[in-house]
Design a protein around this ligand. Structure first.
Ligand SMILES: [Zn+2]
Length: 88
């Protein structure tokens, strides 16, 4: 019988983008090369802060989009969609 890891505790690694599960060691979060501020799902909520609507997560405009590469409740894959006028 296999107990599925829920990857609740993640940690970044020096010199690498993303976060890995402390329990089983798989990569849980990946970092996109574009910032949240260039995504159509970004809703500004102040000068440099806003909300990523699909994830309902507070983000900053210049923070690179972070997304899950594992499945699970409340875990979204890459939601980035470039707003018009920026490179896609
Ligand atoms: Zn895990």
């Amino acid at each position: 019988m296999t107990v599925e890891c829920s990857h609740t505790i993640t940690r970044g690694r020096l010199g690498a983008k993303g976060s890995w599960c402390e329990g089983c060691g798989i990569k849980v979060l990946e970092v996109h090369d574009r910032p949240c501020g260039e995504c159509r799902h970004y809703k500004p909520d102040g000068p440099r802060v806003g909300i990523c609507l699909p994830k309902l997560m507070m983000v900053t405009a210049d923070m690179n989009v972070t997304y899950y590469v594992v499945d699970g409740p409340g875990r979204y894959g890459l939601c980035f969609e470039a707003i018009e006028g920026t490179p896609s």
